[in-house]
Design a protein around this ligand. Structure first.
Ligand code: ZN
Length: 279
């Protein structure tokens, strides 16, 4: 019996902008709606970023709280994975982790620094990783260790060795960002091979690499992340019309492979989380 496939929908992100696609959820209502429809389509995990009233990415914990409450009011029991990223370079290091005080079940931990595109440096010094991991542990938040390059796996393993993260850990391999690991088969295989034995892992590809990485991940029995945060096209030249459309494609591929799709309850048991807790 194959392990149920946990699908993460990354519905808005902090890099894509309203002018890139009319289908990106920007307003709070739209973000909530896309979270709910992605969950209904088969996503067990919703990866959330906050945006302010003008649609500008922010790490304001009060906005995260609003979004979480509104999603829960819709009876959506998906695992909510809050970003501790930099809101596109707008948030300072420790501001980024204020949302952990809401005690989400899952939150990202970007496990190293890198160039991010042509202009930005994604700054994640090791001391900040230690502080963030300790804060997650204090608030009962499971870290999703985001990896953009092989050195970040070493950093994540070091946090496990230091006892700051429980091993073997929950990992997200992020491929194809300019400045990070390329989205090709050799790199993918190398990164998967460097993960701790028994780790829970998922992968994503950005832009035109999204579907390719989805397929590699399905072939390697990993878990899948999709969504408009990572890619706004359904196929070349054709915008995706919703996050749910991208999730539905993964569900169809899983069906073809005979792999069951994980419910949020299945995902909680795979991640060793308790029963649903409201942040
Ligand atoms: Zn994100």
């Amino acid at each position: 019996m194959s392990v149920p496939l946990v699908i993460t929908a990354a519905i808005t992100g902090s890099v894509t902008a309203a002018q890139d696609t009319p289908h990106l959820p920007i307003s709070w209502d739209a973000i909530v709606e896309e979270a709910v429809t992605s969950w209904r389509a088969g996503a067990a995990i919703i990866h959330l970023h906050a945006r302010d009233e003008d649609g500008v990415p922010t790490q304001d914990p009060q906005i995260y709280q609003q979004l979480v409450e509104r999603i829960r009011k819709r009876e959506c029991d998906a695992i909510l994975n809050l970003s501790t990223g930099s809101a596109g370079g707008r948030a300072e290091l420790d501001e980024r982790t204020e949302c952990l005080e809401l005690e989400p079940e899952l939150a990202t931990l970007d496990c190293g620094s890198m160039n991010f595109g042509d202009q930005r440096v994604f700054n994640n010094p090791f001391d900040f990783l230690r502080r963030s991991a300790a804060k997650m542990s204090a608030h009962g938040v499971l870290p999703e260790i985001e990896v953009f390059d092989a050195g970040m796996i070493a950093n994540g393993r070091r946090l496990i060795d230091e006892g700051l993260i429980k091993g073997p850990g929950v990992w997200q391999l992020c491929l194809g960002v300019k400045g990070g690991a390329p989205a090709d088969l050799e790199t993918f295989a190398h990164l998967v091979g460097r993960l701790p034995e028994g780790a829970f892992w998922s992968a994503l590809g950005v832009g035109r690499h999204q579907l390719e990485v989805n397929l590699l991940t399905l072939a390697a029995s990993g878990h899948v992340r999709t969504g408009l945060e990572d890619n706004i096209y359904y196929r070349r030249g054709e915008l995706a019309t919703s996050n749910a459309q991208l999730v539905q494609r993964i569900v169809r591929l899983a069906e073809e492979l005979g792999r069951p799709v994980a419910s949020p309850a299945d995902a909680r048991s795979l991640l060793a989380l308790g029963p649903e807790q409201d942040p």
